[in-house]
Design a binder for this molecule. Structure first.
Ligand SMILES: [Zn+2]
Length: 317
């Protein structure tokens, strides 16, 4: 149940005063442990013997129940909802309303609802939730999480206490990877916006990324024939992002002799950067940005990627 090291400061800020709100909106990145931060808070409202740090103790009867299912906690996680859509339906929210209306479990205590990815609420569901927020029963708490606060109704946001979930510093992220036995992945942190959980979750992508970068390194000797169908069959947007970061570093090095995403491949970046024609490079940056903006749409990926790679080969002298 313990928090990530980079969350400890924000946790003590959040829990140091006893003034409780009925609704909380946790905002941040999943890759920085947003869900864990929010669910630890939800559990702390139910645990009977909080630690000195106000974290749930993990051993009382309530904490034991939380490991499986606690009658006073309802969790909505749309990734676990019916697979036909990722939206959180109005039925789910109506069920929550009934949960709040039923008398508290015989042991008493707080009732807590935790809704992950609140941006996935349908408009009807959001309006139903708003009704609950307007008249929250006693000893009841609503906790929402979101990666994307701008996708929520302003009326929902205004009724919640907003809690920002911190991101790890580069050093904290590295320490975390080391503790988890993934020290070898540290150099790739910039590629994942310094979010170690995203990095670990996408390890299969990492291997593919490494293969692709080996080819990008060839610069004007890049061979279109080496493009494999598996490069393009998965998340096309992720592959374009990878190329975008690669080009960004070549461009950045040209201007500043620094790199951002591929610090561990700086020698390659330097060599390529020194051989590029700056005006062609600027045009390529624009082309990549264009493709990125439509990469989630149904486009001919092979053709789009081939064209990008032809343009890439041409930026080198
Ligand atoms: Zn406990």
């Amino acid at each position: 149940m313990s928090l990530f090291s980079w969350q400890e400061g924000a946790w003590s800020q959040l829990t140091k005063n006893n003034k409780m709100h009925h609704a909380y909106l946790f905002v941040g990145a999943s890759g920085a442990g947003l869900e864990k931060f929010a669910s630890t808070f939800a559990q702390s409202l139910i645990c009977n013997k909080l630690k000195d740090t106000n974290e749930p103790c993990g051993i009382c009867q309530d904490c034991q129940w939380l490991l499986t299912e606690h009658p006073n906690l309802q969790v909505i996680d749309n990734s676990a909802e019916d697979s036909s859509s990722n939206n959180i339906s109005i039925e789910s929210i109506r069920n929550l309303k009934r949960f709040f209306e039923l008398s508290s479990h015989q042991i008493g205590g707080n009732k807590v609802i935790l809704i992950h990815n609140a941006e996935s609420l349908t408009l009807n569901a959001a309006n139903a939730l708003l009704k609950i927020l307007e008249e929250p029963p006693e000893n009841s708490y609503l906790i929402l999480t979101t990666n994307s606060i701008s996708a929520l109704l302003p009326t929902i946001i205004s009724r919640c206490l907003i809690v920002s979930c911190p991101k790890p510093t580069n050093e904290e992220a590295r320490q975390f990877l080391k503790l988890e036995g993934h020290e070898n992945l540290s150099s790739q942190l910039p590629l994942f916006n310094n979010l170690p959980l995203d990095l670990i979750a996408n390890q299969s992508d990492n291997e593919l990324f490494e293969t692709i970068i080996e080819e990008f390194k060839k610069g004007k000797d890049f061979e279109l024939m080496t493009i494999e169908s598996k490069w393009l069959s998965g998340d096309f947007s992720a592959i374009i992002s990878l190329f975008q970061k690669w080009i960004y570093d070549i461009f950045l090095f040209k201007l500043t002799t620094k790199s951002h995403f591929f610090e561990h491949k700086k020698e390659n970046i330097k060599k390529l950067s020194n051989n590029t024609d700056i005006s062609k490079l600027i045009r390529l940056v624009k082309s990549v940005n264009n493709i990125k903006s439509i990469s989630n749409k149904p486009i001919n990926k092979e053709l789009a990627f081939d064209n990008l790679m032809i343009e890439y080969k041409n930026i080198f002298k």
